[in-house]
Design a protein. Structure first.
Length: 268
């Protein structure tokens, strides 16, 4: 993927000539625009340009213009850049691919663009709006990858070939087969665990430790001694103050995030 349309967004007065030159001569950029995010025409320029990816100054996160992100409607993927590092909590809610810290080199850019390339195939890990955007990009690029090869890439990326894909759960007098990717959360309940799968909550007589061991650690995280979450279905993390958080899912379900299990946030 060496023909990206890139929108470079920054605050008025920020000096980004070196970064702009680096992007435009990187070999990845085919077309670019430069936009000040505190300009009245910011949203309209982004929508009309329809970038594959936005390079956004991380000063945007603390600016008074942050609410304009919701006005983009379609959430374009973003690579943040700047002098200071941003935390996972700061960029939560954005479709952030990477965060680049000065000095920005061609190697850092290439790694970020390679992440974007990989994310295009991780369909089950992104929102419906983002998926729609990625599909439009793929269509516009006229990708030549055949469907069977694409499915193989997705399967390999999600499974890594070693994690369990289905669980067999006894439900009454019958056995129910569920897809691991459909699990929202798992929570201990006495000698059982409750498994939220789609609109159902199932009971299984297994330990939390054993069920976590068979799940892909890229998507399933222990957030409490009694609960596991699937990051695919998380809407946001609610700040409860004094370092405490709760996990809020897209359907409104909420689980407590223990301080002893919050280190994974730095990896997101």
């Amino acid at each position: 993927m060496n023909d990206l349309r890139i929108a470079i967004c920054y605050a008025k007065g920020e000096k980004n000539e070196e970064l702009i030159h680096l992007i435009e001569t990187s070999g990845y950029c085919t077309t670019s625009i430069k936009v000040e995010y505190d300009n009245d025409d910011f949203l309209e320029a982004i929508k009309l340009f329809e970038p594959d990816v936005i390079m956004m100054s991380n000063s945007f996160i603390t600016s008074s213009f942050i609410d304009s992100y919701d006005g983009l409607n379609i959430r374009f993927p973003i690579i943040f850049f700047g002098k200071d590092e941003v935390s996972a909590i700061d960029i939560m809610g954005y479709n952030c691919i990477d965060s680049l810290i000065d000095p920005i080199t061609i190697d850092k850019l290439e790694r970020a663009f390679q992440k974007f390339k990989s994310m295009m195939f991780t369909f089950q890990n992104i929102s419906d709006e983002y998926l729609s955007t990625i599909k439009q990009i793929i269509q516009r690029k006229n990708q030549s990858i055949k469907q069977d090869k694409l499915r193989a890439i997705i399967t390999e990326d999600l499974n890594n070939g070693k994690y369990q894909q289905r669980f067999v759960i006894r439900s009454g007098d019958s056995l129910k087969i569920i897809n691991v990717s459909d699990i929202w959360w798992v929570k201990s309940s006495g000698n059982y665990v409750k498994i939220k799968c789609g609109s159902e909550i199932l009971l299984a007589r297994v330990t939390l430790k054993s069920i976590l061991a068979s799940m892909n650690p890229n998507y399933f995280f222990r957030v409490h001694k009694s609960s596991i979450i699937n990051i695919r279905y998380v809407d946001f993390f609610k700040d409860l103050g004094q370092g405490d958080f709760s996990v809020v899912f897209r359907n409104g379900d909420e689980l407590r995030l223990s301080r002893n299990y919050n280190s994974f946030l730095k990896e997101l």
